[in-house]
Design a protein around this ligand. Structure first.
Ligand code: ADP
Ligand code: ASP
Ligand code: MG
Length: 403
């Protein structure tokens, strides 16, 4: 008898029919003799609808109240799923974040889980019921409702699996598993049977939103095996697990892309110690996450500094940079909103040489100009014009991945 955490994403609980279908699958798992804890997302589109409502109610919605509002989507599906289970003769109880108690910090909209007390869930499943938990939400030390950032139900599920010492955390979604690239962009993408935690961490942070990155961090830290699979069929999905030696034989496991990028260049900054600190300090204090940074010193004693930020933070970052640019004597600022990041990822890159050169070659053969490059041990990312995103992803997939 195993303890299984099953998480169902928005499309899997999009309407009552889908919820009944999900309840059927949960009931089957329980009939097979397992204890089941379920985590549900809001119905597809609901979180966006609630966020729009908040922005209509107030130009700059208060973050605490915004979280109180958007967390309600998951409350609805948790209760509906419990009701659908009752209808199929399965005892079930729904739980909100504070009822479980999933304690987070107070960073509304992007809270981090600090503690999970799973006693009530354990008591519920020990009594033969299915526990259905509202994903995406927690409660801070003051008792305020918090949310975990977009895609956060994945993290709720893995954190619960870790706290419950579950045998597996199943992530049910609208694709059959983790693919070598986003199947919506690359029809030839292939489902991976297994992917290493580190590869999945890179893929998630580089734009493959099939799992929220924090869920993978949790899984890696607490050694939770994740099985990503479809709620629409019974196919075996993808196992996210510890690295195995066979994984090193493949140089590139996946190709990811991220359109949520914008680029800023501070031109001809006097090349002196402290300039970068002056520039990036205010940006960091504003909570803006800077991704790639390139600095190019030229012979005349000035330097160009280029960096990327999430597109939604572009205006704020530009205003801050304009403020500091005057202080540090920069000659100008240039920006571009329509850029994208395309990356190749694989633990095999540690042992295969020449991957970067080949990547650049492949992109140049399509006439795609590379604006920025960043590398780590197991990934290479480039910034390109957004209009070439799909071409770049498909071409790299063709070049590096055996289908
Ligand atoms: P859910 O609502 O179930 O949480 P998401 O929309 O968050 O589902 O994540 C699933 C989506 O992730 C897929 O529909 C797919 O378009 C996208 N995706 C991006 N990259 C990948 C990838 N490498 N493998 C699988 N899916 C991917
Ligand atoms: N409903 C939330 C969102 O859309 C959380 C989730 O689905 O994982 O981001
Ligand atoms: Mg998701």
């Amino acid at each position: 008898m195993a303890l299984v955490v099953q998480k169902f994403g928005g499309t899997s609980v999009a309407d009552l029919d889908r919820i009944r279908h999900v309840a059927g699958r949960i009931a089957r798992t329980q009939r097979e003799g397992h204890r089941v804890v379920v985590v549900v997302s809001a119905m597809a589109g609901e979180t966006n609808r609630l966020l729009t409502l908040a922005r209509e109610a107030a130009r700059v919605p208060d973050e605490r109240e915004s979280d109180a509002l958007v967390s309600t989507g998951e409350q609805v599906t948790a209760a509906l799923t419990a009701l659908a289970l009752h209808d199929q003769g399965v005892p079930a109880r729904s739980f909100l974040g504070h009822q479980v108690r999933i304690e987070t910090d107070s960073a509304f909209g992007r809270a981090r889980i600090v503690r999970v007390d799973a006693e009530r869930l354990l008591a519920a499943v020990a009594g033969g019921a299915v526990a259905v938990v509202a994903g995406f939400q927690g409660v801070d030390g003051e008792g305020s409702i918090t949310t975990l950032g977009r895609g956060g139900s994945d993290t709720s599920a893995v954190a619960l699996a870790a706290a419950l010492k579950a045998d597996v955390c199943e992530i049910y979604t609208d694709v059959d598993g983790v693919y070598t690239s986003d199947p919506r962009i690359v029809p030839r993408a292939r489902k991976l049977a297994r992917v290493a935690y580190d590869e999945m961490l890179e893929l998630a942070s580089l734009g493959a939103k099939v799992l929220q990155i924090r869920s993978v961090e949790f899984a890696k830290r607490y050694r939770v095996p994740i099985h990503v699979r479809s709620s629409f069929n019974d196919n075996e999905g993808t196992w996210v697990v510890e690295e195995e030696s066979a994984m090193e034989q493949v140089s590139v496991a996946g190709v990811a892309h991220d359109r949520d990028q914008a680029k800023l260049t501070v031109q001809r900054v006097p090349d002196r110690p402290g300039v970068a600190a002056r520039l990036f300090g205010p940006i960091a204090r504003a909570g803006i996450v800077v991704d790639m940074i390139i600095q190019n010193a030229s012979a005349d004693g000035t330097t160009d500094l280029t960096f990327t930020v999430p597109r939604g933070d572009y205006d704020k970052a530009r205003a801050l940079v304009e403020g500091s640019a005057r202080d540090i004597g920069a000659q100008g600022i240039a920006g571009q909103l329509d850029v994208a990041k395309v990356s190749i990822v694989g633990v095999g890159m540690r042992t295969h040489a020449g991957i970067a050169a080949r990547m650049f070659d492949v992109l140049s053969s399509e006439g795609i100009n590379i604006q920025m490059i960043s590398t780590s041990e197991i990934k290479i990312s480039v910034i390109i014009d957004e209009k070439y995103t799909e071409l770049a992803v498909r071409t790299l997939h063709d070049a590096f991945i055996r289908t």
